[in-house]
Write a protein that binds this ligand. Structure first.
Ligand SMILES: Cc1ncc(COP(=O)(O)O)c(C=O)c1O
Length: 401
């Protein structure tokens, strides 16, 4: 087998690409390179590596062979020229932003963002002279009205955390590229490359929190950017090396590589269970509204069918009775764990307004379309029957139905 052959299916490449077993004495799994620094054969070679005129290792904040293998495999799966791994998803986002934006530049973002991304772009970047404009990316004319010659970066999530709004990646990228020189970055964390590949739809950069589905086992914090080789090299030598230092440990890179081997089978199972559960929640009398793009009632159900292979495994919903009932429901769950994060084998439940999205002021949540009573579920890999029994008992208990 040629390990990197792009003719192989996704699941084969997730297991075999970017690793040459013969170069490592036939070891089935790659070694972990525990080294902070790397020897140069001469001072001239060291200088050439720093200048970027010769490839090779320098120092593990910049790159490391185990991390490099993860980057190559990620790029292979996402259809990118290059990838860059980080010590967290937030490390990836901050490294991109600090590399690209200068005082006076503008950043255009969607209304709904993960809580820490929201805080970074709407609360902190303005302190550094960067203007953030937040608009509804489901309405392209609004996007157009805020785009101008100062816009340097356009950033959005699809599906958006936590309310499951989708943005049309192809439409946004086409509009932005035909009216500006801004780069389009898509946080595709909710999908992983198995469900959605934004670069093929015209985006310039893909962001992943590898902490979620790509690692998939809840034991690593990691992130990645994917895009052109030129941009990734710029972010590596500026954002990663000098501006954030948010590098990934080689052991964590190894764990993500191990998790990725089962990405395809995990995503199929996650999505199958989520669809089944969302359909049942949608007709439950205690539930006021379910937001899951696999349901025909979701306003962007047809967009989901166009740009996502499957609708994912995150479900947001509101209970009759609002926030108080939502909190009581979470506390009544027995098999679901009350915890932030997503994409793990364990099913998780949380209350965005008081947890992941507590970085928004209450009035900001209202402006940014995040309701106070929203409950977020990450459907794991347990039996869907067992998960539904747990949800039912928590709904019954709280609503005495
Ligand atoms: C959509 C999204 N992007 C980025 C992040 C940040 O990732 P990390 O926790 O790995 O820093 C998260 C975390 O929940 C997320 O949900």
């Amino acid at each position: 087998m040629t390990p990197t052959a792009t003719t192989y299916d996704f699941s084969t490449r997730a297991i075999h690409s970017a690793y040459d077993r013969q170069a490592h004495q036939g070891a089935l799994n790659p070694p972990v390179f525990w080294s902070s620094t790397f020897a140069f054969e001469s001072a001239a070679q060291g200088a050439a590596r720093f200048a970027g005129t010769e490839p090779g290792m320098i120092y593990s904040r910049v790159t490391n062979p185990t991390v490099q293998m993860l980057e190559a495999r990620l790029a292979e799966l996402e259809g990118a020229q290059a990838a860059l791994a980080f010590g967290s998803g937030m490390g990836a986002i901050t490294s991109l932003i600090w590399t690209l934006l200068r005082p006076g530049d503008e950043l255009l973002v969607d209304l709904t963002l993960y809580g820490c991304t929201h805080s970074l772009v709407n609360h902190f970047l303005p302190q550094f002279g960067i203007v953030t404009r937040a608009v509804d990316f489901t309405q392209p004319h609004e996007l157009l009205s805020q785009l101008n010659h100062k816009t340097r970066l356009v950033l959005f999530e699809t599906p958006a955390n936590p309310n499951m709004r989708l943005a049309d990646i192809k439409a946004v990228a086409t509009l932005v590229h035909s009216h500006s020189s801004a780069l389009v970055a898509v946080d595709s964390t909710y999908c992983s490359p198995y469900l959605q590949q934004p670069l093929t739809l015209g985006a310039d950069v893909v962001i992943h929190s590898l902490t979620k589905y790509i690692n998939g086992h809840g034991d690593v914090i990691a992130g990645a950017l994917l895009g052109s080789a030129e941009l990734m090299q710029q972010v590596r030598m500026q954002g990663l090396k000098e501006l954030t230092g948010a590098c990934l440990s080689p052991m964590d890179a190894y764990l993500v590589l191990r998790g990725m081997k089962t990405l395809a089978v995990r995503m199929e199972r996650h999505c199958q269970s989520a669809q089944w559960i969302a359909e049942r929640l949608a007709v439950h009398p205690a539930v006021a509204q379910v937001y899951y793009p696999g349901l025909p009632s979701h306003p962007q159900h047809s967009l989901c069918q166009q740009q996502m292979k499957l609708p994912g495994a995150m479900i947001a919903f509101e209970l009759q009775g609002g926030v108080d009932e939502g909190i009581r429901f979470i506390d009544a769950l027995k098999l679901f764990t009350c915890a932030v994060s997503l994409g793990d084998a364990e099913s998780l439940a949380q209350h965005p307004a008081s947890m992941t999205h507590s970085t928004y002021a209450p009035e900001e949540r209202a402006q940014h379309l995040i309701t106070e009573g929203l409950v977020r579920l990450s459907i794991g890999l347990e039996s869907a029957d067992d998960l539904w029994c747990d949800l039912q008992q928590a709904l019954k208990r709280q609503h005495r139905l």
